[in-house]
Design a protein around this ligand. Structure first.
Ligand code: NAD
Ligand code: TYD
Length: 336
């Protein structure tokens, strides 16, 4: 089988490509990525000479390019490419609408144009909005209620994907997953940001009082979930994937501090994120019953693996550090 993976140089995409080549060694992967600040070919250095892998630098909004790639016998499109960070979407939404909405539509058009190529869309629990502390975890039937520009753009892309199924009969599936963590994650999301800060002797900025809750999933469990949807999912359907690991940000921070032998004095409470969603949680009963999928890595295990990876990959961290993100964060914190 030949796959077009978009956004394969990012965090989840690069982990997914590693996962797929290991578990489906006869398949061929074309990785289309624009290499924005979040795309890093170093994540794929170990497979760059694999004869079953090819990288193409380009934009998913470029119809001619995408159409050319798909017309070259692609059997399956797995669409990860996106602007993915909520804080950035608060500062500026434009790129989120362009890549996440227009880019998804461009890919859908190209898939349709080539006889209806199987299309799997990677989405997030954030499209459902926020839960209160007592609310039941999100399911595939939860109403859409996105509350920040990132989740609004992902919600729009989910609706478009579904609309191409109903309108054009495009064979699609969607997975909505909770917060991921693991190796190769750009140090702007909370776990890699805190781990890298602590490795550099810096304090960790907890937004507000740290009461917000997220449901953490180790990235390999997400890749396995997508694999299960591809193999066994029903066309036109959505599957929720979660990590069974709900935790407040402050508890998560204390866990990371504990695993890194650091004390509470390394915590700095900073101004809250505007429109900060209180809680996300995923009920993955449908994926469990229909696909036989459930997460295998618990939070403690996953955090240990992740911290270990960031410790061992100092050069990766150093090179990332020299990119735009430090300036971005300095500016953001000075304005708080
Ligand atoms: P990421 O920011 O690490 O990577 C995104 C990748 O997309 C980068 O390699 C970037 O260069 C590429 N890209 C961006 N714009 C592009 C464009 N116009 N054309 C081609 N490539 C482009 O993101 P991630 O955390 O790996 O997330 C991947 C997907 O998973 C996203 O769709 C995101 O919404 C979804 N998701 C993420 C999480 C999470 O916790 N990170 C949870 C659920 C779902
Ligand atoms: P993040 O990793 O940005 O993912 P998302 O916003 O998609 O859930 O944030 C996870 C949680 O951590 C969220 O409640 C915001 C919080 N957070 C902090 O407290 N400090 C930080 O520096 C960051 C980046 C996030």
């Amino acid at each position: 089988m030949k796959l077009l993976v978009t956004g394969g140089a990012g965090f989840i995409g690069s982990n997914f490509i590693h996962y797929w080549l290991k578990n489906h060694p006869a398949d061929f992967i074309v990785n289309l990525d624009k290499l924005t600040y979040a795309g890093n070919l170093e994540n794929l250095k170990d497979i760059e000479n694999n004869p079953n892998y090819k990288f193409v630098k380009g934009d998913i909004c470029d119809f001619d390019l995408v159409n050319d790639l798909i017309s070259d016998n692609v059997d399956l499109i797995i669409h990860f490419a996106a602007e993915s960070h909520v804080d950035r979407s608060v500062m500026s939404s434009k790129e989120f609408i362009r890549t996440n909405v227009e880019g998804t539509m461009t890919l859908l058009d190209a898939a349709k144009n080539n006889g209806g190529v199987r299309f799997h869309h990677i989405s997030t629990d954030e499209v459902f909005g926020e839960l209160n502390f007592e609310g039941k975890a999100f399911t595939e039937k939860s109403p859409y209620n996105p509350r920040n520009p990132y989740s609004a753009s992902k919600a729009a892309s989910d609706h478009l994907v579904r609309s191409y199924y109903y309108t054009h009969g495009l064979p699609i599936t969607i997975s909505n997953c909770s917060n991921n963590y693991g190796p190769y994650q750009f140090p702007e999301k909370i776990i890699p940001l805190f781990v890298t800060h602590l490795l550099e002797g810096k304090k960790v900025p907890v937004y507000g009082e740290g009461k917000n809750i997220r449901d953490w999933i180790f990235v390999d469990d997400h890749s396995r979930g997508v694999d299960f949807v591809i193999q066994k999912g029903k066309i036109g359907q959505t599957y929720c994937l979660g990590g069974d690991s709900e935790i407040t940000n402050i508890e998560l921070t204390r866990k990371i501090l504990g695993l890194m032998d650091q004390g509470e004095e390394m915590i700095e409470f900073v101004k809250d994120r505007p429109g900060h969603d209180l809680r996300y949680a995923m009920d993955y009963t449908k994926a469990k019953n229909e696909l036989g999928w459930e997460p295998l890595v618990d939070l403690e295990q996953g955090l240990k693996k992740t911290i270990d990876w960031y410790k061992k990959n100092k050069e990766w961290r150093e090179r990332i550090k020299s990119r735009e993100y430090l300036d971005y964060y300095k500016k953001q914190y000075q304005e708080r």
